[in-house]
Ligand binder design. Structure first.
Ligand code: DGY
Length: 311
């Protein structure tokens, strides 16, 4: 009997969308053996960013598996080559989360430049002794330069919101090229050297792993801030922790980490870094839209139609 396996409890609309195909759920896949056992016989998998889907999983699923629908835009957790080799379709969920991640990026920018996390911790710890003229002063955004590395959907949506803060945008790419949405595109090194805030919006691939390493951080202004909502391993976390501790850059806001949910121990001790538990797309509206898009991909493939958002 065909069934779809989802590795998170999804909104009620999803079972309805997939019907009459059965939706089975296992909550969380930190237990690899449980995951391998649960995939057996599945026709489709609805996977989360935390699920590594490789030959082992595909073998365990067996020959009936037709689609791996990742409920995420990023798909570095999928061995896409292995999936394709078996003639299985792989899909992701682009577009539907763009706005949520862009909004969240601005929240992170404000949190780190205006020291919101540090201030909130102080109030909760009973450390607020009253208003002070130079107490917890931050950095203003107006007139500053935001360097956006990666001019894809999310990077461009972050840029679109910049005029609300009177912030100038420069995109960073492998090669300088024509303007994107009216903003210049410069080399990544130039963007690192000239920006007051650098925000990362690239997928994790071999060529972006540790894109921001000690050398890259060394190019940044001592007053600059680094924002990462992309993938943890785009940044060399140990090098960043060193730089933040030595105040070689002013601060960072991180929503993603190299070994989630483990955070580099030095980062946990520092006030000039905002640490968030991978929440970029975490709104009810967006998570529902992501699950629905993934379910529509599953339904299409199991019905013999083309998926909406194939990889
Ligand atoms: C994505 O869609 O890639 C996000 O990281 C999931 O939260």
């Amino acid at each position: 009997m065909a069934f779809v396996l989802a590795t998170a409890a999804l909104p009620p609309s999803i079972a309805a969308l997939l019907a009459p195909i059965e939706l089975r759920t296992i909550a969380g896949t930190t237990d690899r053996q449980a995951f391998l056992a649960a995939v057996r016989g599945a026709s489709a998998l609805m996977t989360m960013v935390t699920d590594r889907v490789d030959d082992e999983v595909l073998d365990a699923a067996g020959p009936g598996l037709r689609i791996v629908a990742n409920v995420a835009v990023g798909y570095d957790n999928l061995d896409v080559a292995a999936i394709r080799r078996r003639g299985i379709v792989a899909t992701n969920t682009p577009d539907v989360l763009t706005g949520a991640v862009a909004e969240f990026t601005w929240g992170m920018i404000l949190a780190v430049t205006r020291r919101l996390g540090e201030a909130e911790r102080l109030v909760r710890a009973g450390g607020w002794k009253g208003w002070g003229f130079d107490f917890l002063t931050g950095t203003e955004l107006a007139g500053k330069q935001l360097g956006i590395i990666g001019a894809g959907r999310i990077g461009r949506d972050v840029a679109r919101r910049a005029s609300a803060f009177d912030v100038r945008v420069v995109f960073g790419g492998r090669r300088p090229g024509p303007d994107v949405d009216g903003h210049p595109v410069r080399s990544i090194d130039e963007v690192l050297q000239t920006s007051d805030i650098v925000s990362l919006h690239v997928p994790l691939r071999d060529d972006t792993r540790h894109l921001i390493d000690a050398r890259a951080i060394g190019l940044m202004k001592p007053t600059a801030f680094l924002i990462n909502t992309a993938r943890g391993a785009v940044v060399d976390e140990a090098a960043l922790a060193d730089a933040l501790e030595a105040r070689r850059i002013a601060g960072a806001a991180l929503d993603v980490f190299e070994r989630e949910p483990v955070v580099h121990p030095t980062l946990l001790t520092l006030e000039n870094v905002v640490l968030l538990p991978h929440l970029g797309s975490a709104t009810v509206e967006t998570r529902t839209a992501m699950a629905e898009l993934a379910a529509k991909n599953v339904k299409a493939v199991l019905d013999g139609r083309a998926p909406l958002t194939p990889l």
